[in-house]
Design a protein around this ligand. Sequence first.
Ligand SMILES: C[S@@+](CC[C@H](N)C(=O)[O-])C[C@H]1O[C@@H](n2cnc3c(N)ncnc32)[C@H](O)[C@@H]1O
Length: 267
Amino acid sequence: MHVVGAADVGIRSLLQEPPCHAFRVPETHFDEWIAQRYETLWPELFDPAVVEPAVNFLADLAGAGPALELGIGTGRVALPLSARGVRVHGIELSPAMVARLKAQPGASDIGVTLGDFATAVVGGTFTLAYLVRNTITNLTTQGEQVACFHNVAAHLDPGGRFVIENYIPELQRLPPGETIHVFTATPTHVGLEEYDVATQIAFSHHYWMIDSTLKTFSSPHRYVWPSELDLMARLAGMTLRERWSDWNRAPFTSESRNHISVWEKVL
Ligand SMILES: C[S@@+](CC[C@H](N)C(=O)[O-])C[C@H]1O[C@@H](n2cnc3c(N)ncnc32)[C@H](O)[C@@H]1O
């Protein structure tokens, strides 16, 4: 992880936030217990119908590469992308998630920098950077999210692309006065999103029944609309090229629950 540089100081003064608030070291919620069970807890993420279109989409954009994954986790996307011949490097905060990645076949082809993807510095530049599965919301202040866009721009070649997969905040689904949206409910997994509109923070609460034992997990997220991400991209010298509602390039509409956005670093 690097110390705050001149570009960061510019962002900070722009946002008028105290340095220690905008640039604190984020804590990881992906501990050893989660890392060991990531595939069991979120099996839908490993469905080939989910992974393959994402890998196709990213491989097309990476071209000759290399590609940088922010929050690489256990390599759910990085490993198949690397197997397609794209050189992949990752940034990851959780040593436990990296250990799971490194235990898998093909991992020796993937380099990982341990650190915060809003500030970590990786040697070299990339044709593609990507941040999937709502992971931009793990940065819980606007300052950190803006810093992330600047950090990505610093790592991209001119004309390089930045891809984010993120959900559309579900505020339209909240009855007036209510704060909780149930986003999944199965016999073994209930997930609730608890919104605080004043702070633009949503807590995700998960309840799993695993081997007849209840396991709970909660994490804070700064939810964010595509338009705010576009402004962050513009502040970092990137412009929007594409926006879809899924990896198969379904059109993005008012009904879309997710978006795949692609920004390009201006030459
Ligand atoms: C939802 S998981 C996604 C992992 C992987 N990208 C995937 O698609 O399966 C989010 C990952 O981002 C990591 N992460 C969260 N905030 C981070 C940060 N500020 N810097 C680096 N990694 C971070 C977490 O530790 C976790 O491994």
